[in-house]
Design a protein around this ligand. Structure first.
Ligand code: ATP
Length: 359
């Protein structure tokens, strides 16, 4: 909560499972260091949720944790789910998706940037200029009936649900983001085949009239997938449906070195949750080698979101400090973890970033 000259941010921290706690600790170290440098306070409190919590306490998302997310200024979530822990009906434990629905976090923001140009798998040197944001609608679309099995012995169906209210909010959010950046927004849809997507496009076109300063474009999802590989540097902000966004965000992460460099924010009208795009990586948990940069960059997204919401330059500058320190640490080889082809361990990445804050 903000007061006149001092500012304190309350953060609900959900470390979750697998490498979740391992990447949370360095991200919080960086957050506290930025807060000290930029002169704001942080009240970060951890809360239980996830597959381990379900196994040990019978609930993957306790009421008290939902309340903590509701009460906090923002939430930092690491990763949740374990391969050997399942709900009674055999489905995966994914409280992070439940939280998106509980809080109506329609704007799934996935910034993609060539943080480490040598990690970009494209031959074209313009790969170093990749810098775009994919906004994935995160509460409806083809995920609306997730977990249900509709059909009979001979068929199964899933529904693609697109609502005017969520789409309008999503598009306003995306146009405003494009305005803060380079002023281009691309809608990615399948309006040539699906009625739901034609509806999505009509709403986009109507909202676009309110943003004449933003270049509004359309692409079919198949063409978008190709252009993201051939000319990713041409994109600024993209907005798309839930399932398309799910797939394209992994493609996008692959363009810049994988999930270890892909932060995300799930943003709604009243709450926002920031988390790395990767999962719990059980294959490397407990080894001290997980890359914490996606979580550290999620802290930066969180500070930027809070700073713009509260119009507080200290938070916005703190976010820019984190981004610059990450870029510098990577350029100097001080943060290249195993997934990036180096050998720096998790704890040393945090120290490398902190040492370069504000330098
Ligand atoms: P989910 O379904 O929850 O997204 P997943 O099993 O598809 O999870 P991840 O848990 O993200 O995927 O792991 C995919 C691969 O990437 C694994 O080999 C994992 O070790 C690696 N990986 C994921 N995150 C990191 C990280 N932060 N640092 C290093 N390697 C990682």
């Amino acid at each position: 909560m903000e007061t006149n000259d001092t500012i304190s941010i309350s953060i609900a921290v959900l470390p979750g499972d697998g490498i979740g706690p391992e990447v949370t600790a360095p991200a919080l170290e960086v957050l506290h260091a930025v807060a000290k440098n930029r002169g704001f306070k942080v009240d970060a409190r951890e809360h239980g949720a996830g597959a381990g919590h379900y196994r040990d306490h019978g609930s993957a998302l306790p009421e008290a944790t939902v309340k903590a997310v509701e009460d906090a200024d923002a939430t930092l979530l690491a990763a949740m789910g374990l391969p050997d822990v399942r709900c009674a009906d055999g489905t995966e434990i994914v409280p992070q998706i439940d939280l998106r629905e509980i809080f109506g976090l329609y704007g799934g923001v996935r910034p993609i940037r060539a943080w480490l140009p040598s990690a970009v798998p494209l031959k074209d040197p313009r790969g170093a200029d990749i810098d775009f944001v994919l906004v994935r609608e995160s509460t409806e679309g083809l995920f609306v009936e997730r977990g249900k099995r509709n059909g009979d012995a001979d068929h199964a169906t899933d529904t693609m649900r697109v609502t005017r209210s969520v789409s309008e909010k999503l598009f306003h959010f995306s146009f405003q983001l494009a305005r803060q950046r380079r002023g281009q927004l691309t809608l990615i849809d399948k309006a040539n085949v699906l009625g739901s997507m034609a509806f999505f496009r009509e709403i986009f076109d109507a909202v676009a009239l309110e943003y004449p300063d933003v270049e509004a474009r359309h692409l079919y999802v198949d063409a978008a997938a190709m252009l993201m590989v051939q000319r990713p540097w041409d994109f600024d902000v993209m907005v798309t449906e839930n399932m398309f966004g799910d797939i394209l965000s992994d493609l996008a992460a692959g363009l810049v070195g994988g999930l270890g460099l892909a932060p995300s924010g799930d943003i709604g009208d009243k709450a926002a949750i920031f988390q790395p795009s990767h999962g719990t990586a059980p294959d490397i948990m407990g080894k001290g080698i997980a890359n914490p940069l996606a979580t550290i960059l999620s802290v930066s997204l969180m500070l930027d979101w809070l700073g713009r919401r509260w119009e507080d330059q200290r938070l916005i500058a703190g976010a820019a400090d984190v981004d610059a320190a990450v870029a510098k640490a990577l350029a100097e080889g001080a943060a290249t973890t195993i997934d990036l082809g180096g050998s720096v361990c998790t704890a040393d990445v945090a120290q490398a970033v902190i040492a370069r804050l504000g330098t």
